[in-house]
Design a protein around this ligand. Structure first.
Ligand code: 4AD
Length: 455
């Protein structure tokens, strides 16, 4: 009650404060500044001293409040996550003390902008470490303020920049294909259907077919957009909506495609480790070791042999045989045992997508590749594409696909075909690997998976 009567006033005789972001603290040492942000932590020490660790997204700043400034109603009731503006002088921290950036703000005046609740509603109750994963996904809009989740989002940003930098260096154009489509790419079972002005349409599973149409217009191209999969499986590597990084390259061989993939994965890792976000690895995966080149290249048929030699059996106890789709669990067992990235190549035609080119040396096989990574499994799916019109028409037929909505795709084989190939990489899986996260759900902003479409 006493504190309600206490007011503090700005001293207008002081130099005018310049508003800054925390990242610019060093260049403003010795200056009077105003910094706005969220109360990340705070501590009261005795009667006349209070520390606030302020967060503004660009960094953290230790702020020191003294005397009457600690006695106001807003000061004694201050809760975490409240927003404040703090006026004061930036000083180097005294010798022997540490603080983020090595400086602190000696506050001479402050204002509360938005008070956050305490008690049951306090942020610490909303996102407590004991809460179940499901409750935490309900509160993800608050969880992302925390050190771990925000570190993942920052490194996600660096990774996206890494991919764009790599594609740019290789001379690819970025395009943004539509996400509302009327053709499938990866089979009917994972399509999200919706009504589009009275017509049947889907959310895209992959932008690959559109990228192929861009080759004659722009040359090599890429896109980074969402793909959607109505997966029924609740696994730690499946999302219903994920960020798909896809590229398509003209006049290449299968080997060129494999080399490109290896170069891309290694270059992006190097980019991220050299980025200004790299220090956030400490929070997440401090022992991360970049993969070594060259990646191991292994044919599907040798993979089947590896499973048999190592006693990995099917669910019914029988051996894997040529033609089997290798499910997630045995695939991961193999990858974890080998302990390094594998380019798993040349899958049989029957278990792969309709558009894949056959291996000229063995037409039972496709020129296809999955990049497998320890702890996560498949992070990339790619292949050479059918370049012959008659072969494409036969593939539609074999897969029971009505060719009419694909007329624009078919035209690519009619109006100047070319040997070409490409791939799709799931950004969240790449991040789960690099940042050592248990699930892809923690590698995106607001995950979408069965039973969850909010926040
Ligand atoms: O192997 P997929 O299905 O291949 C394609 O979609 C090709 N059309 C891509 C292309 O060649 N342009 O998917 C490619 C990658 C997978 O390796 C995986 O990393 C990711 O997309 N992915 C998923 N990530 C999260 N949740 C899911 N449900 C995913 N489905 C695929």
């Amino acid at each position: 009650e006493e504190s309600k009567k206490i007011v503090i006033k700005m001293d207008y005789n002081l130099p005018q404060a310049k508003q800054i972001k925390i990242r610019d603290s060093t260049s403003n040492r010795g200056q009077r500044v105003v910094v706005c942000g969220w109360v990340h932590r705070h501590r009261v020490q005795g009667k006349d001293l209070m520390f606030i660790w302020l967060r503004d997204g660009t960094g953290f700043l230790q702020c020191v409040l003294t005397g009457q400034m600690c006695h106001t109603y807003n000061a004694v009731t201050l809760q975490l996550e409240s927003t404040v503006s703090l006026y004061g002088t930036l000083k180097e921290v005294p010798a022997g003390k540490t603080a983020p950036g090595g400086h602190e703000l000696q506050v001479d005046y402050w204002e509360l902008i938005g008070a956050a609740p305490g008690g049951d509603e306090a942020i610490t109750n909303k996102i407590s470490a004991e809460a179940s994963p499901d409750l935490l996904y309900d509160q993800r809009h608050l969880v992302i303020r925390g050190d771990t989740a925000s570190a993942v989002l920052r490194l996600r940003h660096a990774t996206l920049r890494g991919f764009r930098a790599f594609f740019d260096k290789k001379g690819l154009y970025e395009v943004t294909p539509p996400l509302m489509v009327q053709t499938q790419v990866e089979g009917g079972s994972t399509l999200f259907h919706f009504q589009y002005y009275g017509e049947e349409a889907y959310l895209t599973q992959s932008s690959q077919l559109y990228l192929e149409t861009c080759l004659p217009a722009l040359g090599d191209v890429y896109c980074i957009t969402e793909s959607f999969r109505a997966e029924k499986s609740h696994t730690r590597r499946h999302l219903a909506e994920y960020t798909h990084i896809e590229a398509e390259l003209a006049f290449i061989t299968f080997n060129d495609l494999l080399d490109f993939l290896e170069d891309m994965v290694c270059s992006v890792v190097d980019f991220v480790l050299a980025s200004k976000e790299a220090p956030y690895f400490k929070e997440l995966h401090k022992d991360f070791v970049p993969p070594k080149r060259p990646f191991r290249r292994m044919d599907y048929s040798d993979g089947i042999k590896w499973l048999n030699d190592n006693g990995i059996k099917k669910e019914d106890g029988s051996d894997y045989v040529f033609g089997d789709d290798i499910p997630e669990a045995p695939e991961r067992k193999m990858t974890d045992a080998i302990g390094e990235p594998i380019m798993f190549c040349r899958f049989p035609v029957e278990i792969k997508s309709f558009y894949m080119k056959r291996d000229p040396k063995d037409t039972k096989l496709t020129e296809s590749v999955d990049v497998l990574i320890p702890n996560v499994g498949e992070i990339v799916g790619g292949s050479m594409r059918i370049s012959d019109l008659a072969e494409l028409l036969a593939a539609y037929k074999r897969e029971g696909i009505d060719p009419s909505p694909y007329y624009w795709f078919t035209d690519q084989r009619k109006y100047g075909t070319c040997e070409h190939g490409g791939f799709g990489l799931g950004l969240e899986r790449f991040l789960a690997w690099m940042l050592n996260r248990y699930t892809v759900r923690d590698c995106c902003l607001y995950p979408r998976f069965p039973g969850r479409a909010q926040p």
